[in-house]
Write a protein of this length. Structure first.
Length: 123
């Protein structure tokens, strides 16, 4: 523990600062899993993005046997995954964040003036 204290700062920092296990080399999957599990909020954007990426890799990637030969079918599958899936996911998150019933009417955004929210929320 460091003995230096900053004026107005009551929490002494442990030096050197620990960085996320995601950025250590060589990769250590056990340390990454422990880092995620011990975080203060378990379901974070990193975990959501990792889950979506793992699901896409496992379900939408061609098998190694298919990828051994040069064919348009698995290449088109990769292009579809790369260019179609991100806008669909982004649009879904936007619909959840912008048109959330709890957030309607807060700030300068009002659901009655936004036609897309009227359609989504059924108002």
């Amino acid at each position: 523990m460091s003995e230096t204290h900053l004026k107005g700062w009551n929490h002494p920092l442990e030096i050197p600062l620990k960085v996320s296990s995601f950025f250590e080399w060589p990769p250590n999957p056990v340390a990454v899993a422990k880092w995620i599990w011990q975080s203060w909020f378990l379901i974070t954007e990193r975990l959501i993005c990792f889950g979506i990426a793992a699901l896409c890799y496992l379900s939408l990637s061609p098998t190694r046997e298919d990828a051994k030969t040069f064919e348009a079918s698995w290449i088109a599958q990769l292009y579809a995954r790369t260019f179609v899936l991100p806008p669909l996911i982004a649009r879904g998150f936007q619909g959840l964040l912008v048109c959330d019933k709890r957030r309607l009417g807060q700030g300068t955004f009002h659901h009655q003036t936004h036609p897309r929210c009227k359609r989504i929320m059924g108002k």
